[in-house]
Design a protein around this ligand. Structure first.
Ligand code: BGC
Length: 754
C-alpha cells in the first residue's frame, strides 16, 4: 500500500518534471531511447551528479567523508549532486532518501544504494577465503543468493562484491576477501558469486548489481603491504590475475571497480589501456565502472596527475564512470568541459552507463523496489538465512591434522575445557567487512560446544591470554582449567581487524602469546585440539609438530560456534580443502602450488647437510615445501584413489580426452571429497607451471562406497598464452594428475599431436 502510494507519487513527480520524456515513455521506447531522452534534458551539473557516489554517515570505509560538511544528504539529493549513497541501509531510511530524489530533484532520477556485502549482511557467512575452502560452487552461490535476498530487502541495490583478486600474499590483509591463490578455482567462484548476487534478472527485488573488484593486480601488492606498488608482466596479468574477472564478466557482472594500485606505472583508475582497451574492448565489458574510495584523487599521490583537474580528466577519459569519494567529477568536470579540455562525450558515455544500470535494476519502474519494510522484517536473520550461513560455515572448515583420530569428539565427556582468547568471543566471529552484522549476534565457539554436548558434560572455559599483548598472567589459571578436563579445545587466531583492508602483517604467526599458551597447555598432557580463527594462512609449524588435531575455521560468521561444534563432534564430516598455500615461514612468501620448475629445481629430500645444498633452487635453512599445500584438507574418513585411466594415449587439438579415476571411501564415515585434476605441459614456447588446476568435483561417498569420476579435457584446458601472447595449444607431452590435494596425486601422461 505504502509502496503503491510512493510509486504513485513518483510517477506523478516524474510526469510533471519530465512530461515530454514521459510522453515518449508511453510510446514504449527502448531503454536506450529513454536514456537518450533523459540525457537530452540534463544540465552538465546534473550529469556529473549522476557520476558521484557518497558514503553514508555511519559506516565509513575510507579516509574522507564529505567535501563540505555544510551539505546534508537531503540537499545533495534534491540538488541532483549525488547518484546514490553507499554503506547505508534500512528499508525506511533508503525509501526516505529515495523519495527526495524522486519528488524533490528536478529530474526525479532514482538513487543507487551501494554496500560492501562481502560475506553476508545481517546474517554473516564465512569470509570469502573461508567459503572458497568449501570448493562447493552450489553452496557459495546459495550463500551469495541469501546475502542478496537479505540486503536488498533493506534497500541495497548495488553490491561492491565479489572481490576476485588472486593473491599469493598471506601478509596482505585483504587475502581474506578473495578466493585464494588459484585462477581456475577463483574463476569458478567468481561465476558462482555473480550468479548468486544477480540471479537471472537485475530488476528482481531480491537481486542486486554485482561489482567485480579490484581490477587488477591488487593482490600482488609488493611485500604484502596494502595499496603498495604492483608490477608484473603482461603474461602474469593474462595468466594469473585476469581469469576471474573474465569469468565474472562472462557471468554478466553489471559493474567493475578498478583497484587502488598502479600497474606498469599507471594507477588503474586512470589507466586507459587496462580499463578501455582491455576491459571494455577486449573483454567486452559494457557495464559501469565505479572508482574505489577516493582513488581518483589518489592519482595525485601516485604522481600521474598534478592536481584534481588532471586526475578527473585522466580517470574519465580512461573509462572510470563513477567517482567514489573524490568529488573531483562533481567539482572539476563541468569546468573542464566548459574550458574545452574534456570532450562532453566522455561525460555522456559515463552517464549513459549509470542510467542504464538504474534502468536494469528496475528503479525507473519502481524506485522503492528494494526498500520493503515488510520484506526486511521477514528477511533479516531469518531462520532460513541462518541455516544457509551454518551450512556454508561447516563446509568452509578444513581439517588440517587429526593424528590418532582424536576427532570427532564424543559428546559425553565429563568435562571439556575450551581455552583461548577467541573461545567465547562473539564480535570477532563476524570477521572483516561485516559492518552490518551486529557483534552481539554470532554464536561463540563455547556457546556452540555447549549446545552440542550431552547434558551431563561440563564445559569449562578460560580465556588464557589476550589476543595481542605479551601478558601471561592468566596462563596458570588456564592450565588449571585444562587439568580439570578430559579434553581441551583451544581457540586461537586473529581478531577481525587483523585482516581486511589496511591490515597487512609482517609476520603471520599467532599474534601475542597465543602460541605460548598452546605450548603450556600441551604440556599438561591432555589431548588438545586447536581450532584456528583467522583470515589468512598462518605459520603454524610448532602447532603442526606438537598438537594432534588442528581445525582451520577461518572466520565463519553468525553461526561460527554451531558450525565448529558440528565438525568437532562429528555431526558434519569436514570436507574443505585449502584454497591457498600455508607456508612454513614468512620467508617462503610468495609460495604457491603452480610455480615454475626453474633451471635448477631441487630434487632432493633434504637429507644432505644444509651446507651442501648449493646450486639448486632452495633454502639453506628450511624446506621449499609448504606446511600445508593448496588443495589439502582431511576428512574423518579416508579416500583411496585407484584405476586412473586416460581414454586415449594421444589426441589432436580438436579432440577430447577423458580422465577417469575410482575414488573409494575406505573409512568408517560417510563423507565428501574434492577430487582435483591438474595438468602439466612439459615443454612449451614459454615455461609452464609444474601443476595447474583444470578441474575438480566434490563427491559424496558413503562409507565403503566407490565412484568412478570422469573429467574431460579439451583444447581450451590445454591452451595457454604462447610466446607471442596468442591463446592456443602447442603439441607435446602432458602430465595429468588426479588426487585429493595438489601434492597427493596419481599421474598419467598423454600426447597432444598438433
Ligand atoms: C575498498 C573497496 C570498497 C570501498 C567502499 C574501499 O576502501 O577498497 O573494496 O568497496 O571502500 O566501501
Amino acid at each position: 500500500m505504502i509502496n503503491n502510494l510512493r510509486i504513485g507519487l513518483f510517477t506523478c513527480a516524474f510526469t510533471l518534471t519530465l512530461s515530454a520524456f514521459s510522453q515518449q515513455a508511453k510510446q514504449k521506447l527502448s531503454v536506450d531511447e529513454k536514456i537518450d531522452a533523459l540525457i537530452s534534458k540534463m544540465t552538465l551539473e546534473e550529469k556529473v551528479g549522476q557520476l558521484n557516489i557518497n558514503v553514508g554517515e555511519t559506516i565509513i570505509t575510507g579516509p574522507t567523508m564529505y567535501t563540505s560538511t555544510s551539505e546534508r544528504f537531503d540537499d545533495l539529493i534534491r540538488d541532483g549532486k549525488i547518484t546514490g549513497l553507499f554503506n547505508v541501509h534500512g528499508a525506511a531510511y533508503t525509501a526516505r532518501l529515495q523519495k527526495i530524489a524522486i519528488e524533490k530533484s528536478r529530474l526525479g532520477i532514482p538513487l543507487l544504494f551501494g554496500a560492501d556485502i562481502i560475506h553476508g549482511f545481517k546474517t554473516v557467512t564465512p569470509i570469502p577465503l573461508g567459503e572458497a575452502a568449501s570448493w562447493d560452487m552450489n553452496a557459495i552461490e546459495q550463500s551469495a543468493r541469501m546475502a542478496a535476498k537479505e540486503s536488498t530487502s533493506a534497500g541495497i541495490n548495488f553490491n561492491f562484491a565479489p572481490m576476485v583478486d588472486i593473491s599469493r600474499e598471506p601478509r596482505w590483509g585483504r587475502i581474506s576477501e578473495g578466493s585464494g591463490e588459484d585462477s581456475y578455482l577463483g574463476s569458478r567462484i567468481a561465476t558462482a558469486r555473480v550468479k548468486g548476487f544477480q540471479g537471472n534478472n537485475l530488476a528482481d527485488p531480491t537481486t542486486f548489481a554485482a561489482c567485480v573488484k579490484h581490477f587488477i593486480g591488487y593482490g600482488a601488492a609488493e611485500a604484502g603491504r596494502d595499496y603498495n606498488t604492483v608490477d608484473f608482466s603482461k603474461r602474469a596479468l593474462y595468466e594469473t590475475y585476469l581469469p576471474p574477472f573474465k569469468a565474472a564478466i562472462e557471468a554478466g557482472a553489471a559493474t567493475v571497480m578498478p583497484s587502488f594500485n598502479e600497474l606498469d606505472g599507471q594507477p588503474l583508475t586512470g589507466n586507459k589501456h587496462l580499463l578501455t582497451d582491455l576491459l571494455r574492448n577486449e573483454l567486452k565489458f559494457n557495464g559501469m565502472i565505479v572508482s574505489d574510495y577516493g582513488a581518483i584523487g589518489e592519482m595525485i599521490n601516485h604522481g600521474t596527475a598534478a592536481n584534481g583537474k588532471e586526475a578527473a580528466q585522466l580517470s574519465l577519459e580512461a573509462g572510470t564512470d563513477m567517482d567514489m569519494m573524490s568529488y573531483l567529477y562533481l567539482n572539476e568536470v563541468p569546468n573542464l568541459v566548459r574550458a574545452g579540455k574534456l570532450d562532453v562525450k566522455y561525460v555522456d558515455a559515463a552517464v549513459r552507463r549509470v542510467l542504464k544500470l538504474k534502468f536494469d535494476l528496475g528503479l525507473f519502474d519502481n524506485p522503492y523496489l528494494y526498500s520493503d519494510v515488510n520484506r526486511e522484517k521477514k528477511e533479516i536473520r531469518s531462520a532460513e538465512n541462518l541455516a544457509v550461513a551454518r551450512d556454508m560455515a561447516k563446509r568452509s572448515i578444513v581439517l588440517l591434522k587429526n593424528e590418532g583420530k582424536l576427532l570427532p569428539l564424543k559428546k559425553n565427556y565429563k568435562k571439556i575445557a575450551v581455552i583461548g582468547p577467541l573461545a567465547d568471543n562473539k564480535e570477532d566471529m563476524n570477521g572483516s567487512w561485516s559492518f552490518f552484522g551486529e557483534t552481539q549476534h554470532p554464536v561463540s565457539i563455547v556457546e556452540g560446544i555447549k549446545s552440542k554436548v550431552e547434558k551431563g558434560t561440563e564445559v569449562l572455559y578460560h580465556t588464557g591470554c589476550n589476543l595481542y599483548d605479551n601478558n601471561t598472567d592468566k596462563f596458570a589459571e588456564a592450565v588449571t582449567t585444562a587439568n580439570n578436563a578430559d579434553v581441551v579445545i583451544m581457540v586461537v587466531g586473529e581478531s577481525a581487524v587483523m585482516n581486511g583492508e589496511g591490515a597487512s602483517r609482517s609476520d603471520i604467526n599467532l599474534p601475542g602469546v597465543q602460541q605460548q599458551l598452546v605450548e603450556i597447555i600441551a604440556k599438561t598432557g591432555k589431548p588438545v585440539v586447536v581450532v584456528l580463527i583467522n583470515g589468512r594462512p598462518l605459520t603454524l609449524e610448532w602447532i603442526d609438530q606438537h598438537i594432534p588435531s588442528i581445525v582451520e575455521s577461518w572466520t565463519l560468521g553468525s553461526e561460527a560456534g554451531h558450525a565448529v561444534a558440528d565438525v568437532l563432534f562429528g555431526d558434519y564430516n569436514p570436507s574443505g580443502k585449502l584454497p591457498v598455500t600455508f607456508p612454513r615461514s614468512v620467508g617462503q612468501i610468495p609460495i604457491y602450488y603452480n610455480h615454475k620448475n626453474t633451471g635448477r629445481p631441487y630434487g632432493g629430500n633434504y637429507s644432505e647437510p644444509a651446507s651442501q645444498r648449493v646450486y639448486s633452487s632452495k633454502y639453506r635453512d628450511i624446506k621449499n615445501t609448504p606446511l600445508y599445500p593448496f588443495g589439502y584438507g582431511l576428512s574423518y574418513t579416508s579416500f583411496e584413489y585407484s584405476d586412473m585411466n586416460l581414454s586415449v594415449p594421444k589426441i589432436s587439438a580438436n579432440e577430447k580426452i577423458d580422465v577417469t579415476i575410482t575414488v573409494k571411501n575406505t573409512g568408517a564415515y560417510d563423507g565428501e571429497e574434492v577430487v582435483q585434476l591438474y595438468i602439466r605441459d612439459l615443454v612449451g614456447s614459454v615455461t609452464r607451471p609444474v601443476k595447474e588446476l583444470k578441474g575438480f568435483q566434490k563427491v559424496f561417498l558413503k562409507a565403503g562406497e566407490s565412484k568412478k569420476i570422469i573429467f574431460t579435457l579439451s583444447a581450451n584446458d590445454l591452451s595457454f598464452y604462447r610466446a607471442d601472447m596468442t591463446w592456443g595449444t602447442e603439441r607435446g607431452q602432458f602430465d595429468v594428475f588426479v588426487g585429493g590435494s595438489s601434492e597427493q596425486v596419481l599421474k598419467k601422461s598423454f600426447e597432444l599431436t598438433n
